[in-house]
Design a protein around this ligand. Structure first.
Ligand SMILES: Nc1ncnc2c1ncn2[C@@H]1O[C@H](COP(=O)(O)OP(=O)(O)OP(=O)(O)O)[C@@H](O)[C@H]1O
Ligand SMILES: [Mg+2]
Length: 342
């Protein structure tokens, strides 16, 4: 069943058109990640769905019911705002129980639900008596999520829930949250800037560009075959090269390459991801290492081809590359190419 259905939503602030015909369906129990550049309208969309703002046109339906006339508190939506604010004067217990008062029976039952939620987001029960300022950033984010889940909402909206966390905490919190959402079988709409987050947490990724969703598909599919260059770039780094498409292949400075999806014949822009390039040390190689960045698990190299083209490539971290070293560069698999913009 479709938990959330958005149709042709429009929203402008003054003369600035932010959402220009947004449509999206989210199936019950699934997570959709919205990916888009800063300022493209992600928060605007969540606020319309939550009922905090009004759309200029279009409809929002929850479980098949259009909610234009339904106030936010009656929409059965859990919202974790981009600022993720908890009530500073309330304890963790009181923050999570906020809003449960009438909905969740006796005091003992509410305590039980709070304990269950703390467990769900993997926080120790002893934290219930603390205030937000006595928690780490990651712990605060988890309390905010527990609060959003407390009333067993039909839909949870998460607006960049991990943006304030450092890398290690971010991935631990992300895992805990993903498990909590799965355990409660909640339908989730997650806004993120982070490609890894979008790809790892979601069933579907929805790309918001120029006021509408330009591609909605499972993470793997969208990564392998982005509809356009902007989408390809949003999903991860890559080098663009001028080329010519002809009969299902594209030729460029790297040779004649297979394409992952059809590209019209003629001038094209080729997009090559770092992991699609295989670099091997070779004294007689045609490319030269210009820069090398060790990232722990792998190394990112910038290599220069004889015609001066610079390429970013991912390489084996167990090999120490030095600047100026000669290497060969091969393309692995099919690349994406798009009709060149004139
Ligand atoms: N209340 C408002 N009044 C006027 N303009 C607004 C208002 N809220 C948002 N905007 C503008 O609408 C556009 C979309 O804003 P929004 O907050 O939805 O972006 P976003 O995709 O969430 O960005 P970010 O990734 O930076 O959070 C921006 O240009 C913003 O300046
Ligand atoms: Mg935002």
């Amino acid at each position: 069943m479709t938990a959330l259905s958005v149709r042709d939503l429009h929203k402008s602030y003054g003369r600035a058109r932010v959402l220009d015909g947004v449509s999206l369906d989210v199936a019950e129990g699934t997570t959709t990640a919205i990916l888009g550049a800063s300022g493209c309208g992600k928060t605007t969309l969540l606020r319309l769905i939550a009922g905090f703002d009004r759309a200029d046109g279009g409809t929002i339906a929850l479980a098949g019911r259009v909610v234009s006339a339904v106030p936010p508190e009656k929409r059965s939506i859990g919202y974790v705002a981009q600022e993720g604010a908890l009530f500073p004067h309330l304890t963790v217990q009181a923050n999570i129980a906020f809003g449960l008062s009438r909905a969740a029976g006796t005091r003992a039952e509410r305590r039980h639900r709070v304990a269950e939620l703390l467990d769900l987001v993997r926080l120790d029960a002893s934290l219930a008596r603390r205030h937000p300022h006595e928690l780490s950033g990651g712990q605060q984010q988890r309390v905010a999520l527990a609060r959003a889940l407390a009333r067993r909402p039909a839909l949870v909206l998460l607006d960049e829930p991990f943006s304030s966390l450092d890398t290690a905490l971010r991935s631990a919190t992300r895992t805990a949250v993903a498990e909590a959402l799965r355990a409660e079988r909640v339908t989730t709409l997650l806004v993120t800037h982070d490609q890894a987050e979008a790809l790892s947490l979601s069933d579907e990724v929805a790309v918001l560009t120029r006021g509408r969703f330009t591609q909605v598909a499972p993470a793997r599919e969208i990564y392998a075959a982005p509809v356009d260059l902007d989408t390809a770039r949003l999903l991860g780094p890559g080098t663009t090269l001028p080329g010519k498409a002809d009969a299902g292949a594209v030729s460029c400075t790297l040779g004649t390459l297979r394409v992952a999806q059809p590209c019209p014949d003629g001038d094209a822009t080729v997009f090559v991801r770092p992991e699609q390039l295989r670099v091997t040390p070779a004294a007689g190689g045609n490319a030269v290492v210009r820069a090398s960045g060790f990232l722990g698990a792998d190394t990112v190299l910038t290599v220069e081809l004889p015609d001066g083209t610079l390429l970013d490539a991912r390489a084996d971290a167990t090999v120490a590359y030095t600047t100026g070293e000669r290497v060969t560069v091969d393309v692995v698999g099919a690349v994406n190419a798009y009709a060149a913009r004139t």
